[in-house]
Every structure is written in structure tokens, then in C-alpha cells.
Design a protein around this ligand. Structure first.
Ligand code: MOS
Length: 730
């Protein structure tokens, strides 16, 4: 047997291409006769466009067309997406209201600044706090209603359950709206040739891209070819084609020339999508020994006027995390004049865990109980909402191992008792949970006469490591070294593997790779006994064995490439499909983790620094520890960012005032300590044959609460608003 490949650390196979600039991202594509589109964005946050004067722009050098709501091509509405330039309504500051197309980017930009827009301006709704009175319950999401109440027999209401509890804590928490702020700006290059589109843009799934664009453009999916093997970060923001993609495609068809639209950094903030801010209240009741008796979680998030919020803070945490006999969650939203709220990494868990896990810490303090012990005491052994068992849950092991590894024992309980120079130090912790999603996928695996193998499907790599996971799982399944397997992805003509989102990539594609590898070997063996030129001709396929690239039969053994050559074949290939069955009727599939953070808070300035962070994660079998670690580290850094840095600021007129990477604070290296990640090793084959669970979003969940809890441990100050800034400490 060859060495196992899955579970060992592998460098990114696409790394050299990326660091040497040879990886072509969406906007890197070029075509003869390519023209450039530059977006004009609204200067108001709410209102109607009365008129536009484009005459100067139209006369400007190099300008080919100026599209506005008054003369634009038709883009059909797609559920849940904004169709650009189809009406005169302005719903947020920075909304794309015109597209100027010119021979060069500079010409388009120069002309765009001459477009005059006359608005009928209305008062914008920008503050979640001020709009709280207009909150409405969200419609059911994935079958879960907006208000869920579960009460023990004889308990009349959650209020009564809380009132009857030995001890209660109740507090309000807020989280800031966030921008996806991927390194790759929102952009698209689209060609239209004889009725067929070719689309290059950052996307989380070329298949969904094709389907969505087909609807928007009124064509069939056969008319669109999406090619995008590299994505410079997405985090939910590029899950579906935003305005720039729809506009580039519609303009390419109208002009019969390839069109490139690259949003500027500022337009990438204002003209696309965001994570909504939240306002939440969590009330916990407990017995004297820490056993939870009641949990109420109310959450409000911003939404698009005609759509629903994606940030389901209460539903995605409190319904699923702790064992509690009396439970109520209430999820509401309110339309705001902000860029369109959509999914962003752990949509709901990221913000909801801040409230729930801060409240758990407040309860631990009120009970004078160790926060780790409080969580172990209330660990849910069945899923609270569905009542189903978990496929595999080793959260208590995460808590125990994490506490040990972090030196939790050295944590003091008296605030302001540990001073290092002018810095108070403290430790905090929190739970991470993220649900396991999995989709059907079909993958192709080939064995080739040159001794290499091929693995391909239309999945996406957002920087997550999928480029490496494909050959790792294929090499593992075929008993070959990783370097002998060539991966292909990100092209809608490859076999369908669905979009990557909800941390479903590896668990969706991995089992299909295993199936395809199995089928490719079966096809090879069947050829080997059937082809007259094969040394194994005439044998029963059951007499043949494939192991580590070699085919063996009675008295004979040879490498698959020699066998293919002997048969005069260039290769053999097979598809393999894997899909979830009915296992979700029996189990709930969640990934779990425990996060530990140490902070230093300056006693004079209130400055908060994270000095250590640890995540212990229970996510099934880890395919590639190297890229998996990156996923968790990236998530935890984002959690630190949410805690201390990040937040979109809108002024009273609805202007997004920090729409660039200079003013939208994200952590730099000096803000980030050594981040320690440890994975438990409990393969979860109830979830899928590979035994893995999702890790893309798990790392961000809980981190912000762990930081806030550490700040409280250090200073005695409870911060309930993200980001936490120094004026709140003083
Ligand atoms: Mo991720 S926010 O599920 O694309």
C-alpha cells in the first residue's frame, strides 16, 4: 500500500502560480476589441432618479455607450438579486446607476465623472437602533419559523421560565455591519459570440453563475460558459453574480464586443453586498449548579426592502447549541438603505455567537463558575431543535484539551488583578459550532498513459485550498503521489459539483472523487481483460487487483501507464457521483470547537491587544492539515477583526464613510498573535464516506466573544458592542 495521502500536510499546488502572478483571475482575462465599463454610483442613499444628463459623457473621447435606467438593456429580475439599471429607485448610497463603456478604462472613468444625476431624495433608514420599531419577523428559513418556543410541561412562557430561574442574566449586544472586503475587487470580463457568452469573474460556483445569468439575460444555460479557476476571496460576497457581472454580460451582447467591468475598491464596498449589523438580546436562566433552565435570544438584522436578512444570529446559534428545557428564539429584520445584506462567512453564527457566548460568560461570572465548566455542564448531547443525535460530537474534548493546552488553569478570576507593566491581562473562551452542509457532486477521474492522473469538476477554490484537495483525495484514492495528479476546476463545462458555500466544498467533492477514482480503476481493469493487446486479456476482472498505480494478475504485475501503452490507449476515465442520502433524518452534522484567547488591556489608554489565541476543532477527518489550519487561522483572525477592528460606518445621510481598506480597519500582522490550531481526529463517516466535516466558517464562530470575555476577565469591563474600541474601556 502507498502511504496515506489524506491527513498529511501538503503545500498548495496552485501556490507557485499565484505568487508568480501566473494565475489569471477574472479581470486578468483579455480579448481582442475588449472595451471597458466604468460604473457611476449614486450620491444619495434613498430616493428616485428624476433625470440624468449623459450628453457630455457621450461626447467624451473613446466613449462607446452610456447605459442608464432610461436607456438600458433588459436584465430580468432574479429572485434575491438586484437587477441593475432596470428602474430609477435608489436604495443605498453607492448603488450603480449607470455604466459608461469606452475603449479604455481611463476614458470610461473620465466620462463617468461627467454624468449628472438629478435625484428626488428621501430620508434614508440607516440605523438599526432607530428602525427597531419597524422590525418584522423573517419568513421561515430552511423550514424554521422566525419564532420558536420550546417550553417544559407546565411552563406558561419563556418569561415565566426566566423569572422562575435561580439566577438570570440578560443583556443587549450589537455587532457592526461588515464588508466582505476580498482582496480581488468585484469584476467581470464577458464576451458574446454568436449567441454564446463566456464569463470570467470571481464566483463561488460556475454552475450557479451560469444558471443565474441565464435567467437574468433571458438565455439558456447552454448559451453561457463560465470559466474562473482562481478567486481572490469571496466569503459569500461573490456567491451570486452582482451588478458588475450582469452589466458586463448585457453590455457585451448589446455592443457585440468583449466588456470588462472592474469596480474600484470604493465601489466594491458600496456597490455590492454586506453583512448586516445586528442588535440582539440574550437572557439566560440557570440553576445554582449552572444547569441552564431558560434561554431567550432575540435578534434583529438589516435587510433589503423586498428580501430577507441573511444574518440569522438567533436561529443559527441558540436553537442548536446548548441543552436547555425552556427556549425561545425570535428573529426579525428591518429594511435599511445600506448595500444589500447577504451571506458572509458564518452568516448568523458569527454575530449570534458573540451574543450567546458573551451571555454564557456573564452567567459564569454571576454564578462564580468556571466558564469552561459551565459549558461542559450544558453540553447538548442531542440537537436542541430537532432532537436528533449528532453524527459525532467531541466538543467536551475540545474544551478540556483546549483548557489544558492554553494554560487555562493560570487564569485569575479577579479583574485588574494581573498587571504586566501597564497592561492588564486576562483570558476568555467561547464555543464554536457550524452546521455541516453537503451537496451532490459528480467528478471525473482519469488515468493517463504518461503515468499521470486527472481529477476534474466545476467546483471553485476561493483561496480555500480546493486546488490541492482535489489531487490529494484523488491521489489517496488511487495510491499515487499528489504530484502525479493534475486538478482542473472552475469551468462550467466540467462535471457539476455545485457551488462552494456553507463550508460544503470538501465534503461535497471529496466523496465524489473517491467514487470516480473507484470507477476509473474499474474501467481500467475492465479494459485490461477485454483488450486483445492487454497482457491480462481474457482473465476475469476479479482476478485483477489495482494497488498504488499497479495492476496485478496471476503471475504478472505492471504499472497502469505501461498497461495503457500496451493497449495503445492514451488513457481511461470515469465519472463518479456522490450525494447525501437520508442520513440527515437520523443525525445532525455539526462541526465543533473551543476557542481560547488571552488579551492585554492598557490600563491608561484602554488599548486592547490579543496576545494569544487557540482553537481546538472537532471537524471530522482533516484532508490537508496545512490548508485546513489556514482556514481556521483565517476565521479566527476575522473573529479578532470583528472584535477589535471591523465595521462599516454610515453617516446620517446613509453615506458609507469608510469604503476603502485604509479606513475600513482589518488587522495587520502586528494585530495578530501566534494563532494555535489543533484538530481532533474523529472521522465522521456518518456524514460522508470521506469522514470530513466543514471548516471554512467554523473558525470565525465564537472568537469575538472569547476576546470580549477575556477583556472582562482582564478589566472587569463588559463590552457588548462590536467592534470594541478603546473609548469603551476607559
Ligand atoms: Mo459562505 S458565507 O456560506 O459563502
Amino acid at each position: 500500500m502507498a502511504e496515506p495521502v489524506v491527513g498529511r500536510p501538503h503545500n498548495r499546488v496552485d501556490g507557485p502560480l499565484k505568487v508568480s502572478g501566473r494565475a489569471a483571475y477574472g479581470a486578468d482575462h483579455s480579448y481582442p476589441r475588449l472595451v471597458h465599463g466604468y460604473a457611476v454610483t449614486s450620491t444619495i442613499a434613498h430616493g428616485v432618479i428624476r433625470a440624468m444628463d449623459t450628453s457630455t459623457a457621450e461626447r467624451s473621447p473613446g466613449v462607446i455607450a452610456v447605459y442608464t435606467p432610461f436607456n438600458a438593456f433588459t436584465i430580468h429580475p432574479v429572485e434575491g438579486l438586484r437587477a441593475p439599471l432596470q428602474d430609477t429607485a435608489v436604495a443605498h448610497h453607492g448603488q450603480i446607476v449607470a455604466l459608461v463603456v469606452a475603449e479604455s478604462f481611463e476614458q470610461a472613468r473620465a466620462a463617468a465623472f461627467t454624468v449628472e444625476v438629478d435625484y428626488d431624495e428621501r430620508r434614508p433608514a440607516v440605523s438599526l437602533a432607530e428602525e427597531e420599531g419597524n422590525a418584522r419577523p423573517i419568513p421561515p428559513v430552511m423550514g424554521i419559523p422566525p419564532v420558536v418556543t420550546r417550553l417544559a410541561d407546565g411552563v406558561p412562557s419563556i418569561t415565566a421560565a426566566l423569572a422562575d430561574s435561580h439566577i438570570t442574566v440578560s443583556a443587549a449586544y450589537t455587532t457592526a455591519p461588515q464588508a466582505h472586503a476580498a482582496m480581488e475587487p468585484y469584476s467581470a470580463v464577458v464576451t458574446w459570440d454568436d449567441g454564446r457568452f463566456t464569463v470570467h469573474n470571481g464566483t463561488q460556483g460556475v454552475g450557479l453563475q451560469v444558471q443565474t445569468l441565464a435567467q437574468a439575460l433571458g438565455v439558456t444555460t447552454d448559451d453561457i460558459h463560465a470559466v474562473n479557476p482562481f478567486v481572490g476571496g469571496s466569503f459569500g460576497g461573490k456567491y451570486r453574480p452582482n451588478a458588475e457581472v450582469q452589466l458586463a454580460a448585457a453590455a457585451a451582447r448589446a455592443l457585440r464586443r468583449p466588456v470588462k467591468v472592474v469596480l474600484t475598491r470604493e465601489q466594491s464596498f458600496t456597490g455590492t453586498v454586506i453583512r448586516s449589523g445586528t442588535r440582539q438580546r440574550v437572557s439566560l436562566g440557570a440553576a445554582a449548579d449552572g444547569t441552564l433552565t431558560a434561554l431567550s435570544h432575540r435578534a434583529l438584522a438589516g435587510a433589503v426592502a423586498d428580501r430577507e436578512s441573511a444574518e440569522l444570529s438567533a436561529q443559527r446559534t441558540s436553537l442548536a447549541w446548548y441543552a436547555v428545557p425552556n427556549l425561545e428564539v425570535r428573529q426579525t429584520s428591518v429594511p435599511l438603505n445600506t448595500p444589500d445584506p447577504t451571506i458572509m462567512r458564518a452568516p448568523g453564527e458569527a454575530s449570534g455567537s458573540f451574543a450567546l457566548e458573551s451571555a454564557m460568560d456573564e452567567l459564569a461570572v454571576a454564578l462564580r463558575m468556571d466558564p469552561v465548566r459551565l459549558r461542559i455542564k450544558n453540553n447538548a448531547t442531542v440537537h436542541p431543535y430537532s432532537g436528533l443525535p449528532f453524527s459525532g460530537k467531541h466538543l467536551v474534548e475540545c474544551y478540556r484539551l483546549g483548557a489544558e493546552r492554553f494554560g487555562w488553569r493560570r487564569r485569575g478570576t479577579r479583574p485588574r488583578s494581573r498587571l504586566d507593566g501597564e497592561w492588564y491581562t486576562g483570558m476568555g473562551m467561547a464555543t464554536s459550532v457550524y452546521p455541516g452542509f453537503r451537496n451532490p457532486a459528480t467528478v471525473k477521474v482519469g488515468l493517463r498513459a504518461d503515468g499521470t492522473a486527472l481529477v476534474s469538476c466545476d467546483t471553485a477554490d476561493l483561496g480555500t485550498g480546493m486546488w490541492t484537495v482535489l489531487p490529494v483525495v484523488a491521489a489517496h484514492s488511487l495510491g499515487l503521489p499528489v504530484r502525479r495528479v493534475e486538478p482542473r476546476l472552475g469551468d462550467s463545462e466540467l462535471s457539476p459539483a455545485g457551488s462552494v458555500g456553507g463550508s460544503c466544498g470538501v465534503v461535497t467533492v471529496g466523496p465524489a472523487i473517491m467514487a470516480a477514482a473507484h470507477n476509473a480503476v474499474a474501467a481500467l481493469l475492465s479494459l485490461a481483460v477485454g483488450e486483445p493487446s492487454s497482457p491480462f486479456h481474457g482473465l476475469d476482472p476479479a482476478d485483477l487487483r489495482y494497488d498504488s498505480g499497479r495492476v496485478s494478475g496471476p503471475g504478472r504485475s505492471m504499472d497502469f501507464d505501461d498497461l495503457l501503452e500496451a493497449m495503445g490507449r492514451s488513457g481511461v476515465e470515469a465519472l463518479g457521483t456522490a450525494a447525501p442520502g437520508d442520513e440527515s433524518e437520523r443525525y445532525v452534522f455539526d462541526s465543533f470547537g473551543a476557542q481560547f484567547v488571552e488579551v492585554r488591556v492598557n490600563r491608561w489608554t484602554g488599548e486592547i491587544r490579543v496576545s494569544r489565541a487557540l482553537g481546538v476543532m472537532d471537524a471530522g477527518r482533516i484532508v490537508n492539515p496545512k490548508t485546513a489550519r489556514s482556514q481556521i487561522v483565517g476565521g479566527m483572525i476575522w473573529g479578532i477583526s470583528a472584535a477589535l477592528h471591523e465595521g462599516l460606518h454610515l453617516d446620517a445621510s446613509g453615506h458609507l464613510v469608510n469604503a476603502d481598506l485604509a479606513n475600513y480597519l482589518i488587522p495587520v500582522n502586528a494585530d495578530v498573535p501566534e494563532v494555535d490550531v489543533h484538530f481532533l481526529d474523529h472521522p465522521d463517516t456518518r456524514f460522508n464516506p470521506l469522514g470530513s466535516r466543514g471548516i471554512g466558517e467554523l473558525g470565525i464562530v465564537g472568537t469575538a466573544a472569547a476576546v470580549a470575555n477575556a477583556v472582562h476577565n482582564a478589566t472587569g469591563i463588559r463590552l457588548r458592542e462590536l467592534p470594541m474600541t478603546l473609548e469603551h474601556v476607559l
